[in-house]
Write a protein that binds this ligand. Structure first.
Ligand SMILES: Cc1cc2nc3c(=O)[nH]c(=O)nc-3n(C[C@H](O)[C@H](O)[C@H](O)COP(=O)(O)OP(=O)(O)OC[C@H]3O[C@@H](n4cnc5c(N)ncnc54)[C@H](O)[C@@H]3O)c2cc1C
Length: 428
């Protein structure tokens, strides 16, 4: 019998990690091929994190870590116990790459250069004799069951794989790691009996054309609560005003948790922002009444009781119908009531979405209940494994998406190797 051959489709973060862990698992008793459709392996790693690559997040408790995944949290819990951020850090350290933690928990290579990560993965793959085939897109896969048996009936002889070029390859185990929206993984998965949660974008910014934001691009508010009016979707965190609307962690998190609902309304909805989350309407009003008593002669536009950027406050004052130069003593209770609304419940019409520094991930993909997360093996087709964004998994920004790619890639590669060698698998 010839030594087993494992084929990985897609040379992104998940595919590379899967190929490396498969080759380590085979320990020379088999071969690994990594097929990439384009001429550019690890393209997203290269441009990730603004060119710095936010490799993972310093969160070492799976129960906490999983809270950063709008989709896949439950399934990833056990997987993170098997391979989590501490394992990622240790793996890169073994390749000579030290990661550092930023105050918000994001982890980057100390070089602040994604090339360090690209180079570590490429060198590891080369030293394990993984065959990298570029411009080798896979267009069709077929499970090749033992004579007389149906696909998925237990033992699989392997897979017959057709490249876009028309060439055929055979693999004993197949790992699909084709990424999100643009990847053709979902159609390959469907060919092997899987169902797909329809893909929609996650992690985007909101387009808002509103006079209150005019001239404020670049201003950030330290902490807001942003919610989609009329729904339960609500997130808190910093908010950034941009040339085209709003961005920042509060908005990006809202876009991730609301990816499906916001797609369903075609990204047109009312956003309600509390710019001073320690206040509700009544307390905001009393703060302003007290402020009026203390500073009667100060002009309202230049004097606020709230921790808000001055220019934003001035715009909210105008939106409440007051003139900036009016002394506080002349500000009526009606204006104060309207201003309280502007501070704690400012409504903005969102008319579309934009990408955040070109970063986006896909909500949707291979349905999670069709995959065994102890091994990443398909429950529909023996010998088939999935890793990375091709699955219906996505995280918020902060290194969580790459961590999901490392975790699922490592598990898929290791389990495929053990299974190909006929060894006990990782379910126990
Ligand atoms: C600009 C940007 C910045 C980002 N920054 C970060 C960050 O700093 N931290 C973070 O955690 N996440 C970040 N992300 C998200 C992260 O990059 C992805 O979640 C991650 O790359 C997913 O890895 P993957 O291997 O599953 O998919 P991908 O990286 O998309 O790789 C899939 C590969 O499969 C190939 N492929 C597709 N179909 C086929 C086929 N039929 N045959 C052969 N090959 C095929 C594709 O060409 C591609 O190379 C960023 C995303 C973007 C777009």
């Amino acid at each position: 019998m010839s030594p087993p051959h494992i084929l990985v489709v897609g040379a992104g973060a998940a595919g590379y990690f899967a190929a490396i862990s498969a080759a380590e698992g085979l320990a020379g008793n088999g071969t690994v091929t990594l097929c990439e459709a384009t001429a550019h392996p690890l393209a997203k790693v290269r441009i990730s994190g603004g060119g710095r690559c936010n490799v993972t997040h310093a969160c070492f408790e799976p129960r906490e870590l999983k809270k950063n995944y709008p989709r896949g949290a439950r399934e990833l819990h056990g997987a993170f116990h098997r391979f989590g951020p501490a394992d990622t850090i240790a793996w890169f350290e073994r390749q000579g790459v030290t990661l550092k933690v930023e105050p918000d928990g994001r982890m980057f290579p100390v070089s602040d250069d994604s090339e360090t990560i690209v180079s570590a993965l490429s060198t590891a793959a080369q030293s394990l004799n993984i065959t990298l085939r570029l411009q080798s897109g896979i267009r069709k896969v077929e499970a090749a069951p033992p004579q007389g048996a149906a696909p998925g009936a237990g033992s699989v002889m392997g897979f017959r794989i057709e490249l876009v070029s028309g060439e055929f390859l055979h693999a004993d185990r197949l790992i699909v790691a084709t990424g999100g929206l643009k990847g053709s993984g979902p159609s390959l998965a469907e060919m092997l009996g899987h169902s797909i949660e329809s893909p929609v974008p996650s992690l985007f910014t909101f387009n808002i054309d509103d006079p209150r934001l005019e001239g404020l691009a670049g201003i950030s508010v330290e902490d807001v609560v942003a919610r989609v009016d009329g729904s339960k979707l609500k997130q808190s965190g910093p908010l950034l005003i941009t040339h085209w609307g709003m961005s920042g962690p509060a908005v990006l998190k809202l876009s991730a948790w609301g990816a499906r609902d916001l797609a369903a309304c075609n990204y047109r909805f009312t956003l309600a922002v509390n710019f001073s989350p320690s206040h509700v309407r009544d307390t905001a009003r009393s703060s302003m009444l007290a402020h009026r008593g203390r500073h009667p002669r100060r002009q309202i536009g230049g004097s606020t009781p709230f921790q808000l950027p001055g220019r934003l406050w001035a715009q909210l004052v105008a939106a409440a119908g007051a003139t900036e130069s009016t002394p506080w003593t002349q500000v009526s209770n009606d204006v104060i009531a309207r201003l309280a609304d502007q501070v704690v419940d400012a409504k903005f019409q969102v008319t579309g979405k934009s990408t955040h520094k070109e970063e986006f991930v896909t909500c949707g993909g291979v349905r999670l209940n069709e995959v065994d997360f102890r091994t990443m093996e398909s429950r529909k087709c023996t010998g088939l494994y999935f890793a990375g964004e091709v699955l219906d998994i996505d995280g918020i920004t902060g290194g969580f998406n790459f961590q999901a790619a490392w975790t699922t890639g490592w598990l898929a590669g290791r389990s495929a190797a053990l299974s190909a060698l006929g060894k006990a698998d990782m379910r126990g």
